[in-house]
Design a protein around this ligand. Structure first.
Ligand SMILES: Cc1ncc(COP(=O)(O)O)c(C=O)c1O
Length: 407
């Protein structure tokens, strides 16, 4: 299966109908526990040496439906193995709990999802973990901060950063990480496994908020991909013992089905995003448009290197501030005012007051999360309807556009 095209892996990966009564759809094993043929077989399974057909014993450790999904996800991310979680935050927390301890140092990008930032800055620090936030687009700074510490446990970033839509240089970060014997952990949610495979550029572990493109917003889910050894440790420590953030097999079934159309959805959102970005770029009420499909993206060379498919997000800076953003957002008739991304519906979010409201004012300023920023997750509606909705929302607002200039 690993030699097949990712589009095909999305549909067939990890599943052999012949092993499941020839059911075309993956069966849902809706059970918490599994019976053993004998007490001896039971003891062997607990000792990590299960007899054939007796590998599952409790669904917080493993479940046959989840296992098929994990095989598919590992294929898509070019990994040995995967672990599925009940949420993206569960996956992130599971990785942190597994590889960090009191006294550990983690170097994180200063532009990460708001709750990841809150977990790093307010929660992990309570347990004696040192967290350094650095601008990952400035590699010299990353090297300088790393040089301060004799030992670094983890370097953490997002392929395409949330909410600024800029790119990090994974290969360069991997070199820094390896020089410090650290683990490079990449949240690849914004890029999707079809757009980028961070492990191919030297990352050690890849995380997704599967809630987004993978499950298309139907429910909350997460996953982690990496080597056999790392995933075994994450399952045993981060998932089983620390977070217990297990994925329900019904959600696993939903994700398996949604992944079948991942390629179609991601390409449609990507095309729509580039077309909408071109329209927004010429609008007088918008100062700056950051879209990975546009040559005007400040890191277009990195976009081409890391993204096989430009992502479906656009970050815009309007000619105004919070009030002007509210005025535009209140006028949408089609786009939903909602957090999250990767849904077939177009979503608009004001990061400073919504997804990234937990950042302090200083942290927002350092990370470029300004009051005039709106993040758009472009959906699969017909592009003419999406553009019409943005056109009317921008025209309807009663503030006067100033001269177009930089953000
Ligand atoms: C980049 C990124 N990582 C992680 C998360 C957290 O995922 P979840 O909401 O599935 O817990 C989010 C949620 O928006 C996100 O955008």
């Amino acid at each position: 299966m690993s030699e097949m095209h990712p589009t095909t892996q999305c549909i067939h990966g990890g599943y052999n109908p012949g092993e499941h009564n020839h059911a075309a759809n993956v069966p849902i094993y809706l059970t918490s526990t599994f019976e053993f043929d004998s007490a001896e077989a039971c003891a062997k399974a607990f000792a990590g040496e299960p007899e054939p057909g007796q590998t599952h014993f409790y669904s917080r450790m493993s479940n046959p439906t989840n296992e098929i999904l994990e095989k598919r996800l590992a294929l898509l991310e070019h990994a040995d193995a995967a672990a599925v979680f009940g949420s993206g935050m569960g996956a992130i927390a599971g990785v942190f709990w597994t590889f960090l301890k009191q006294g550990s140092v983690i170097i994180s990008s200063n532009r990460v999802y708001g709750c990841t930032h809150a977990l790093l800055s307010h929660q992990l620090t309570k347990f004696g973990v040192t967290v350094e936030f650095v601008d990952f687009t400035d590699l010299k700074k990353v090297e300088e901060v790393c040089a301060k510490y004799p030992e670094i446990s983890m370097i953490y970033g997002e392929t395409v950063q949330n909410p600024s839509n800029d790119i990090i240089d994974i290969e360069a970060l991997s070199k820094i990480s390896k020089a410090h014997h650290s683990k490079l952990v990449i949240d690849n949610t914004f890029a999707t496994p079809l757009g980028c495979n961070p492990l191919d550029f030297g990352a050690d572990i890849v995380i997704h908020s599967a809630t987004k493109y993978l499950i298309g917003g139907l429910c909350i889910a997460g996953c982690v991909m990496g080597s056999f050894a790392d995933i075994a440790q994450i399952k045993s420590v981060g998932l089983k013992d620390c977070t217990g953030a297990v994925l329900d097999p019904v959600a696993a079934f939903m994700m398996l089905n949604q992944i079948e159309t991942l390629d179609l959805r991601v390409r449609c959102m990507s095309d729509n995003a580039t077309k909408l970005a071109l329209f927004l770029q010429n609008h007088k009420k918008i100062k700056t448009v950051i879209a990975t499909g546009l040559e005007s993206h400040p890191q277009f060379e990195l976009c081409k290197k890391y993204l096989r498919i430009p992502n479906g997000l656009i970050t815009i800076y309007v000619n105004g501030g919070f009030n002007e953003c509210c005025q535009i957002m209140n006028k949408f008739k089609l786009a939903l005012r909602a957090v999250s991304l990767g849904k077939t519906h177009t979503l608009v979010n004001h990061p400073a007051s919504m997804t990234h409201s937990s950042y302090t004012d200083d942290e927002k300023a350092e990370s470029g999360i300004s009051q005039n920023m709106i993040r758009i997750s472009v959906g699969c509606e017909d592009i003419s309807d999406i553009i019409k909705d943005f056109e009317q929302a921008l025209e309807e607002t009663n503030w006067k556009a100033q001269k177009k200039d930089s953000q």
